[in-house]
Structures are given as C-alpha cells and as structure tokens.
Design a protein around this ligand. Structure first.
Ligand code: SF4
Length: 348
C-alpha cells in the first residue's frame, strides 16, 4: 500500500517553510533592536497665526518633521524609559543625550546621571551606557563592580568601534597610523580611541594633519556626527601629502549626512529659522552652521526660555523650527508655542 501524496498540500507546506526561512533570514540581517525599540517618529506641526497687521496673510510657524532624535538616541531614550516605567533605579553614565532639557525630563522620572570620574563608585546597580558608546575599559570596570549594564550604544557606533579595532590590529603589521577625524574629548571619540588602547591620532581639522607621519600609511575614520565638507577637506589634503598610502573610511552617520542637505533646503524656505539644540551638541552646532549659511537669519535656542523677542523684529511672515539629532520633538513644540507668543506680541 502506498500512502496518497497530496500535491496541493505539499505545496502549502513548502510555502510555509519558505516564509518561515525568509523571516529568520530577514531577522538575522536586521539589528534586533529594530524589533525591540520603536524609533521616535516626529510629526509635522504647523501653526498659523492671524494678526491685526497681516491684513491678508497669516504668519506661518512650521516645525520640521525630519528634525528630532535620530534612531540611536531615540533607542537609548526608549531603553531608559522602559526601565524607569518598572520603577527600577537607573544610572546613566554621562548625559544620556546632549540635550539638558531631555536629561532633566528623564531625571524627573527617576534616572540619575553620573560623571565618568565617578565610575569607580558605581557598584551593584543598573547603569545605562548611552548611544555614543564607551571604551573597553568602562566595561571592564563596571563588570568588576557587579554592575548590570544596559548597553544603549547605537548599532552604527558599535559597528564603527569594531572597524577601528580591526584596523588597529591590522596596523600592527602594516605600520599604518589609525586616525580619527572628530572632536577631541567627545564621548564617541573616547570610545573609538579606546579600541586602539588610546594610540590612534585624533584630528579635528586640516590644520592637524601635521601631526601625522608622512613616512607611514594612513587610515582615517570619522566620528559619526562630523561634517562631510570637513572630511572632504581632510581627504584632499591627506591625499596630496601621503599619495597612495591612504585609506579613508567615510563613517559619518547617514542620519546626520541626510539631515544636512535637508536642513539647508528647509532653512532657505523661511524668513526666520530657529534651530533648537543642546549646549554640548556638536551635531547641533554643525547643523546650525549649515542652516545659518542657507539663511543668515537663523537663531540658536536651547529651549523655549532662550527665544528672544528681538529675533522677531522685523516681523517674519514665516518661521521654520528645526533641530539636531539630539533634540526632542516635544522641545521644538515648546519653542513653537513661545514663537507664537512673540509673533503675536511684535505684530500688535
Ligand atoms: S547620529 Fe547616527 S550614529 Fe550617532 S547615535 Fe544617531 S543614529 Fe547613531
């Protein structure tokens, strides 16, 4: 007796198996965090305000829907909020994001922020490592002190750390100089330097190229939040000086790279632009400069309290509000409300 073989049933089974395989392969190539943490999605907001003097046209206040937290920062903030929601004590090693207002908001929910010089004092607790990443020494110290690590290092930064570590290992044979184009002392740069036992050379501009040895090959990585034009200038100068012994890794983050041209267009569309960013945000300063070049009437606001009445004289017809990858959307909304108050005041 032979068992009956049902062709349509077997096709269904094959289809099911293919779908399951596809799902697992898909998950394998997608960072797991994408499934775990929903990226913060900024919403576009537009306020219009009719005034006595604007006889026919209202003043438009527009918040840029593309501005606000990048994937890495929104992921770190979501991770912190998940823990705080469970009423668990949480310590952030350094400011979770380069934006004081957001740090204060999370501290009100119970998060504590400590400085790196307090690292040795952190024992038996939960410590969040922010999106900028940390050098290997931080992990070693925390593990010794029985600390539960919540690692919110951005996957893009983590990949860069691995690439720098690999290049550093290879440079022991090739005698190449590992160079990081970034801001000296910036937490991401500290984390990258740690991959090379602090032996990589940090350059912040073309003026620092003299620090390199022209007799040795050069391998350059960039901090993720540097400007493309800055890296272009360095590449040109280094290639002139070092001829063929140069490898440039263009490791500026896409989220920063894409935002720069977008903000350039955005800033050009408004009479007045208010850029919202933290005092310590290097990404904020860089994007602000891009806006200012596109529109000289661009002002920098840390929060709604730093918006100034004189910015609205002469009265603008349109105001664009935008921000850095570390600027929370709720803060841009507060700035928009304040802007609306000033607009009313100067137009009456
Ligand atoms: S700017 Fe890019 S690399 Fe840096 S935290 Fe955001 S997503 Fe990650």
């Amino acid at each position: 007796m032979y068992a009956q073989f049902d062709v349509s049933q077997s096709k269904n089974i094959i289809n099911d198996v293919l779908i399951i395989c596809f799902f697992f392969v898909y998950k394998l190539f997608l960072p797991a965090e994408i499934f775990m943490y929903k990226p913060f999605k900024a919403t576009s907001t537009e306020m219009t305000h009719n005034t006595q003097y604007s006889s026919d046209k209202p003043v438009r206040i527009v918040i840029d829907s593309e501005s606000g937290f990048c994937f890495g920062v929104s992921r770190a903030v979501s991770m912190a909020e998940e823990i705080l929601k469970m009423n668990e004590p949480l310590t952030s090693l350094g400011d979770i994001v380069h934006n004081n207002e957001e740090v204060i908001r999370l501290e009100r929910k119970g998060m504590e922020t400590v400085l790196h010089r307090q690292l040795d004092t952190l024992k038996n607790r939960t410590v969040l490592l922010r999106a900028h990443g940390e050098p290997p020494a931080t992990y070693r110290i925390l593990k010794k002190q029985n600390v539960k690590i919540v690692d919110a290092t951005c996957p893009v930064v983590l990949k860069l750390q691995h690439s720098v570590r690999k290049a550093w290992e290879e440079a022991k044979i090739s005698n190449a100089q590992i160079v990081i184009y970034g801001k000296k002392g910036h937490p991401e740069v500290v984390g990258l330097l740690g991959q090379t036992d602090d032996e990589a050379i940090v350059i912040s501009s073309v003026d620092d190229i003299g620090m390199l040895n022209p007799a040795r090959p050069v391998e350059i990585f960039s901090q993720t939040t540097m400007s493309n034009s800055g890296l272009d200038g360095i590449e040109q100068k280094v290639r002139e000086t070092f001829a063929s012994n140069v490898r440039i890794h263009r490791t500026i983050c896409r989220q920063v790279e894409n935002r720069a041209p977008h903000l350039k267009d955005f800033a050009g569309e408004y009479d007045l632009v208010i850029f919202v960013g933290g005092e310590k945000s290097s990404n904020g300063r860089m994007l602000f400069e891009i806006c200012r070049q596109a529109n000289p009437r661009t002002c920098y606001a840390y929060s709604e309290n730093s918006v100034r009445e004189e910015w609205f004289v002469p009265a603008p017809r349109t105001v664009g509000i935008c921000g850095a990858t570390s600027t929370p959307h709720w803060l841009m909304e507060k700035v928009a409300k304040k802007t609306n108050e000033f607009v009313k005041k100067v137009m009456i």
